[in-house]
Design a protein around this ligand. Structure first.
Ligand code: NAI
Length: 684
């Protein structure tokens, strides 16, 4: 039989090998066509029948990435959503019902529908390589594991562990999958065929959860497990903002994990979730994240001319100057991602704390001793700056002072390889102010990381007036090399993220001056959907930094926040000094329970958010980034701006431009010219 997306071989031992090779793409995803074909394959092998069936992928990058998101976004109504869901279920049920042993051979990424197909097989073999991961990340795009994942995973590994994976969307490597009981064998990919053959020729007993895990599926225990899971979810997300995690719990508790049992009008149904604005926004953000990833590849994004240049070689050696809060962590992160890093500062004792933080990061992330040692070996203290001459990339992260930076640039540039790139991590100094001392200003670029480096995915790639397209492209490729998301920006004060964030933080500071308690301000922002309130955020970032950035970016119409100034003068700088607007104990702010029952949180949130939206519009007008989508994805990955709302520009679209203009005009009437709508609104 001939298939477009699948290839079937029968070997001498009568084992059938089914290769998934979705036509026309480098990644396997399940379109309806690919699913229908798999159904036909299942009928065909059932009629054969072989001694056993092994399912594997022809693609280098992995087994399967899940449902075809493009197709999912084209779904028009509830009926279509259910049809796509039912199709996947019927086909995977056919695989499960095959009357001979079946095994999935998983390498690379295996996500969503990929994992659900693997779970429909009787056995699973998993590659032990570092790039292999298996998970059910549907929750991250606002849906549930609806092709049998929520039905088959809990009985296999216990409901508590299964809910944890489904509710966080976290993917696991082979060791973890094995210890959870998700896979039957873990082996390097070169031994895949033998491992699968052994299982199919002599099928072992099927994997069962240990008693302690199995208990969590028992009827009496089920409600307790569900309510505990719901409590955990409630701490992180509200149902009106994020319905999917609540739907996953109900799907498992009340409907046996099978979406076909959920009535369409139920909030946990696939139809309800597919129609929810959060789902649409999360899917859009997921696709935009892919767009940022593609910016690391040349010629990939028509909106960005810089990408139309040839590919760049990976960075093998980076030299970082300045081992402070940022430079130290940037160096440690680059070494974690496999790059040799020399780290320079004025004295060895300034580098030592960065090396110590690096060791802690590696222990946490890499776990295995030899991998930790490998990363430590790549992170080399270098007070003399000998690494400059060997580096492909030099990143400057010294004090935020243009004069000092220029001095360092003038010393360093003549010692660099002519092909090397010079980058600054400056958060506010325009590159044109630094480029004057350079013989090759076209090789200077801003690579602006966010704090904390290990957690923040976004990196702004700042294009100065002289930066060459080739260097922009190389900086974007480097960002992907270290597994971060590059956002190309123009070199203007605050770039995108700090510029949009600054008026929002400033407004919070002015509300404090008016006597509004910090807890109330933070509650209003969280009610809007921010992951953390602005006062807590300011304390975390450091009030000295907020003060400096605020001064740099605020215009003449914006009053100076008095309490902020007083705190900075008193050296109450927030988390790092134990006291700011909050008192900090063990890394957490102590918040009074002030009860916000009578406060209009929505109006308060409008006052905080409207200036950020206004600034986003100004950034679009000035083309700080190429388009509205990049504003949204930049603010979400740079600051966590209410992901379920889809970012600032999407927030404007959803409530309506006219509505937001009314909000701004009203605030301007009451609080002054800082709320004057930007001239860019008319072009929006
Ligand atoms: P920091 O004060 O923690 O570290 C600066 C380090 O540079 C110090 O260890 C200092 O000894 C060293 N240094 C100064 N002059 C030097 C020289 N001539 N040669 C070698 N080392 C020298 O500062 P931080 O916070 O790490 O900031 C560094 C840069 O990163 C600044 O440009 C800042 O604007 C930017 N940035 C800071 C962020 C933050 O949240 N702290 C976020 C993003 C960017």
């Amino acid at each position: 039989m001939d298939f477009k997306h699948w290839k079937l071989d029968l070997d001498a031992e009568h084992i059938a090998w089914l290769w998934f090779d979705r036509a026309g793409t480098t990644t396997n995803t399940f379109s309806s066509e690919a699913l229908r074909e798999l159904g036909k394959v299942a009928e065909h092998v059932r009629a054969m029948p072989p001694r056993g069936l092994a399912i594997l992928s022809s693609k280098d990058n992995g087994f399967a990435a899940g449902a075809d998101i493009e197709e999912f976004t084209r779904i028009k109504d509830a009926a279509e959503a259910m049809a796509f869901t039912n199709l996947g279920n019927e086909v995977f049920d056919q695989i499960e019902a095959l009357p001979f042993p079946t095994v999935a051979m998983v390498h690379g990424f295996c996500m969503g529908g990929g994992t659900e197909l693997a779970l429909a097989c009787r056995y699973r073999v998993m590659d032990d390589g570092p790039k292999t991961r298996m998970g059910l990340p549907e929750v991250m795009i606002g849906i549930v594991p609806g092709w049998g994942g929520a039905k088959r995973l809990p009985p296999l590994i216990g409901a508590a562990a299964a809910l944890d994976l489904m509710l966080t969307g976290r993917a696991v490597d082979a060791r973890r999958a094995r210890s959870l009981g998700m896979v039957d064998a873990v082996t390097p990919r070169r031994h895949f065929e033998n491992a699968a053959r052994r299982i199919l020729m002599q099928p072992p007993p099927r994997s069962r959860p240990k008693l302690a895990a199995a208990v969590t599926n028992w009827p009496g225990v089920r409600n307790v497990v569900a309510s505990q899971a719901a409590k955990q979810v409630a701490k992180r997300a509200r149902r009106d903002h994020y319905p999917a995690p609540y739907a996953i719990i109900e799907l498992w508790r009340d409907f046996g994990g099978d979406v076909r049992n959920v009535p369409p009008e139920h909030p946990a149904s696939m139809a309800s979730l597919a129609a929810h604005p959060t789902t649409k926004n999360l899917i859009r953000i997921f696709q935009l994240q892919d767009r940022l990833k593609a910016l690391g590849k040349p010629g990939s994004d028509p909106a960005n001319q810089a990408t139309a240049t040839p590919g760049s070689d990976p960075v093998r050696h980076a030299h970082v100057i300045g081992a402070g809060a940022m430079g130290g962590d940037i160096a440690a992160w680059c070494a974690l991602r496999g790059i040799t890093v020399t780290l320079q500062d004025l004295a060895p004792e300034r580098i030592a704390p960065a090396i110590k933080r690096g060791a802690e990061l590696y222990k946490k992330r890499l776990k295995q001793k030899h991998l930790v040692q490998g990363a430590m070996d790549r992170l080399v203290p270098d007070v003399a700056g000998n690494g400059v001459a060997r580096a492909d990339l030099v990143i400057e992260a010294i004090v935020e002072n243009a004069e000092v930076k220029r001095k360092v640039f003038a010393q360093v540039e003549p010692r660099m390889k002519p092909t090397a790139i010079l980058a600054s991590n400056t958060s506010s100094i325009p590159l044109q102010e630094l480029a004057g001392v350079l013989a090759r200003p076209e090789r200077l670029v801003g690579i602006h990381f966010f704090n904390p480096v290990a957690q923040m995915q976004l990196v702004e790639i700042v294009e100065g007036p002289q930066t060459s397209a080739e260097v922009m492209q190389a900086a974007q490729a480097f960002t992907r090399q270290i597994d971060k998301l590059p956002l190309p920006c123009k070199s203007a004060p605050g770039f995108l993220v700090n510029r949009v964030l600054s008026p929002y933080l400033n407004e919070a500071m002015l509300l404090l001056d008016e006597g509004v308690p910090p807890e109330t301000i933070d509650a209003a922002a969280k009610d809007f959907g921010m992951p953390m309130g602005p006062v807590e955020l300011a304390d975390m970032v450091g009030l000295d930094i907020c003060w400096a950035v605020g001064k740099e970016l605020a215009d003449a119409d914006t009053p100076i926040p008095k309490l902020l100034q007083a705190n900075v003068e008193a050296k109450n700088l927030g988390m790092k000094t134990g006291k700011g607007f909050y008192t900090w104990v063990k890394g957490k702010p102590v918040k009074a329970d002030i009860g916000t029952g009578t406060v209009d949180l929505k109006a308060l949130a409008d006052r905080l958010v409207a200036p950020a939206l206004n600034e986003s519009v100004a950034c679009m007008r000035e083309r700080i980034v190429a388009d509205a989508d990049l504003v949204d994805v930049g603010m979400i990955f740079g600051t966590g701006f209410a992901p379920h709302r889809g970012g600032p520009i999407q927030t404007i679209r959803e409530r309506g431009k006219q509505e937001w203009l009314k909000v701004l005009e009203d605030l301007k009437g009451r609080h002054g010219l800082r709320f004057e709508p930007d001239s860019g609104w008319s072009a929006l």
